[in-house]
Design a protein around this ligand. Structure first.
Ligand SMILES: Cc1cc2nc3c(=O)[nH]c(=O)nc-3n(C[C@H](O)[C@H](O)[C@H](O)COP(=O)(O)O)c2cc1C
Length: 211
């Protein structure tokens, strides 16, 4: 597959209001399968932006692991910096950069923990050693050294040898329920298409934004 051709095809075709799904999550799934089909590395990587208690914003990558009909799910440590940010202010944004197709998707919404049952379900699918990694990581805290981390990993691995590891309370998923999603398609001459879905009392309203 010549990726340049695919990209040019999307750039010339652009994004038209008439081609959009009325539900932005359905539209997201269409774009997601298109970026997956070009073999883009980790298309599910997204920048999660939060704001801390002092009003300072920060973004970091997390992986989109599930798409519910009403939101986007990622998994993390419930004691991490991002989790403390969300506790104070659960308004967050997600940014997907799909450069191979000259596309970007931005989501604004609110984050909430998913049910314990749903977190358990995904935890059970994770490889044994990733579970150990999550068990020993006090995510976002200062640690003495790399050696320390490696030692903790080895001793925890020994401890759990031959046993199933239950999900620790400090690990689970968040769902981001959107109230805004923008689909950006790069076009020639910087005349990019930007179509945004804004949640109104009547449902989703689609608006075209200037590039
Ligand atoms: C491509 C990529 C994917 C990542 N996915 C996750 C993830 O799904 N969950 C997670 O907790 N951290 C993930 N990380 C690490 C985070 O970016 C971050 O370092 C970590 O979650 C701590 O963030 P915090 O201190 O702001 O809470 C990922 C990093 C990269 C580069």
């Amino acid at each position: 597959m010549d990726l340049r051709r695919v990209r040019e095809e999307y750039e010339s075709r652009g994004l038209d209001e008439n081609d959009l799904e009325s539900d932005p999550i359905k539209q997201f799934k269409i774009w997601y399968s298109e970026i997956e089909n070009v073999g883009y590395l980790e298309p599910n990587a997204m920048v999660l932006s939060t704001v801390d208690a002092n009003g300072s914003p920060i973004g970091r990558n997390v992986l989109l692991k599930e798409i519910y009909d009403d939101g986007f799910v990622f998994f993390t440590n419930y004691k991490s910096n991002k989790a403390s940010d969300i506790e104070v202010n659960n308004k967050v944004s997600l940014t997907f950069s799909w450069n191979e197709l000259r596309r970007q998707v931005i989501v604004k919404g609110s984050a909430e923990k998913i049910s314990e049952k749903n977190s358990d379900e995904y935890w059970s699918m994770r490889p044994h050693e990733s579970k150990i990694g999550s068990l020993i990581s006090n995510q976002s805290e200062v640690i003495p050294s790399r050696e320390n981390l490696d030692k903790d990993f080895v001793s925890e691995k020994l401890r759990w040898q031959g046993n199933e590891i239950p999900r620790p309370d400090h690990w689970g998923g968040y769902k981001v329920t959107p109230n805004f999603i923008e689909f950006w398609q790069g076009r020639p001459n910087r005349l990019h298409d930007r179509l945004s879905y804004v949640l109104a009392s009547t449902g989703w309203v689609i608006k075209r934004l200037s590039p």
